[in-house]
Design a protein around this ligand. Sequence first.
Ligand code: ADP
Ligand code: X2W
Length: 308
Amino acid sequence: MSQLTNLTLDVQSDDLTAVSPRIQAQILAEALPYIRNFHGKTIVIKYGGNAMTDERLKHGFARDVILLKLVGMNPVVVHGGGPQIDNALKKIGKQGTFVQGMRITDEETMEVVEWVLGGEVQQDIVMLINHYGGQAVGLTGKDGGLIRARKMAMPDKDNPGQYLDIGFVGEIDAINPAVVKALQDDAFIPIISPIGFGQDGQAYNINADVVAGKIAEILKAEKLIMMTNIAGVQDKSGNLVTDLSAREIDEMFADGTISGGMLPKISSALDAAKSGVNTVHIIDGRIEHSLLLEVLTEQAFGTMIRSH
Ligand SMILES: Nc1ncnc2c1ncn2[C@@H]1O[C@H](COP(=O)(O)OP(=O)(O)O)[C@@H](O)[C@H]1O
Ligand SMILES: CC(=O)N[C@@H](CCC(=O)OP(=O)(O)O)C(=O)O
């Protein structure tokens, strides 16, 4: 295990000053091959709503993203906000309901989703990154025509050939990456909210994993990193699976091992891997600096999704 991995997993970040200068230098030197390999490459980071509930971790995340940008990579953040939407709904006496990991979204819920994702959550991340000296720019699907969507046709598992109406949930029609590329080529860090727009101007609620996977594909990203609130994908007995092939994923879908929010996450991760994103990882966003550990060290943690 690398020096950086050992330290980050075992030592609270406040204690790092206690580490000898020699080890501090070793830690930095260890990152060099990764910095060289990923220089100029796009890294899409799905920052899940569950991974952003801890203030201290949020600050660490903002600093990690800036560090990746400063060493020459192109981080693009797609954020979620499921728990934050649930909290806002509770305040108006509504409860979130999900079908196969997708929120049933009526008109009132859609208003809340737009406000919470495109307003509160996105701006919180933008502000934090800017606070630490980065230049983040928030986008929704409307900006620069980034995400064109249409109403999702959700297959009814119990009635083959039939579809469920789950309201203003969108599926992606097309991504126009021009605005993201323009920002990336400059010093900016795009922060994307998973809201798409139909040709009629209707806003659609899209699962953030789906948006992250598609953005990674269209940008020909080197990596897609999905940060969530669990150590990785678990098998039937609850053990962490470090590596998942397409065939194993099919089996886990079929026997119900994968459920809820993990369904769109794994489908999107697999689609991205099949479409040429070099490495796709589901990692534990509750570990401090998990993003840096994933990108800048040899340490493999969480679950890697393979295309075959
Ligand atoms: N096989 C599985 N392995 C791990 N987590 C699973 C599995 N099946 C379902 N889950 C659930 O999926 C959750 C992650 O999805 P989700 O709550 O949507 O996270 P996020 O907000 O990060 O997108 C986990 O916390 C876990 O409860
Ligand atoms: C259609 C749908 O389910 N949209 C999601 C969008 C936010 C999201 O995906 O957030 P996490 O990544 O934190 O789960 C929702 O309404 O919760």
